[in-house]
Design a protein around this ligand. Structure first.
Ligand SMILES: C[S@@+](CC[C@H](N)C(=O)[O-])C[C@H]1O[C@@H](n2cnc3c(N)ncnc32)[C@H](O)[C@@H]1O
Length: 197
């Protein structure tokens, strides 16, 4: 389904970074693991700040466009075609993890998120934005599946090793390509890996 959605020449979510990520990118250290990188708008932006980026997505079509975007901006990103349902990131390796509209079913999150916590170095940061459960009632983007939508409680429960620096639900105007456009309900999360657990 994603290969098909990405098959056109246009960038479905645009070529500019997600605005929540852009606003807080100064908090990030590399290497950065970008979950569900898609067509590369976020990874390419982070690489342009001088960060080392590793973008993972199941869609080879999306990641080919990510590499094309990187070339056009004269930056380098590492991309890896992988299903996050089986992907295992290197432990204690990343300075940051980025998860923007990376909606996954709870069966996948329950396996992946403990590995995400483990892949971060102590003090490492995650920046996550996802549509909230309230978004189900809107038609401005996001999956039509409650299980794949987030709440602050789900974030807290699913990332017990991360100290929330910021965690809230808000309504915001999203203008990120034709597929994400209009007033939306989102969860925004910045978490820091604790020193002891
Ligand atoms: C809404 S798009 C967001 C893309 C990108 N993060 C952005 O903000 O532009 C969701 C992405 O999740 C990817 N994805 C969904 N399920 C996945 C899985 N199980 N493993 C890897 N990638 C997945 C899709 O291929 C798609 O690129």
């Amino acid at each position: 389904m994603w290969n098909e959605r990405y098959s056109g020449a246009e960038y479905v979510y645009g070529t500019e970074p997600n605005s929540f990520l852009a606003e807080h990118a100064h908090l990030l250290a590399g290497p950065v693991l970008s979950l569900a990188e898609g067509e590369g708008r976020n990874g390419v932006f982070l690489a342009s700040l001088g960060l080392e980026v590793h973008g993972v997505d199941q869609s080879e079509v999306g990641l080919a466009k990510a590499q094309a975007l990187a070339r056009s901006r004269n930056v380098t990103i590492r991309t890896e075609v992988a299903d996050l349902g089986v992907f295992t990131p290197a432990e204690n390796y990343y300075g940051s993890v980025v998860s923007i509209s990376a909606h996954l079913p709870s069966t996948i999150r329950n396996r992946l998120y403990p590995l995400v916590e483990r892949c971060l170095k102590v003090g490492g940061i995650i920046i996550l934005e996802a549509y909230s459960e309230a978004q189900l009632a809107r038609d401005t983007g996001g999956p039509k599946d409650l299980d794949m939508l987030m709440t602050p409680e789900k974030v807290k429960r699913e990332f017990p090793q991360l100290e929330p620096v910021l965690l809230h639900e808000c309504q915001r105007e999203v203008r990120e390509g034709a597929a994400h456009s209009g007033m939306a309900s989102v969860i925004q999360f910045i978490g820091r890996k604790r020193a002891h657990h």
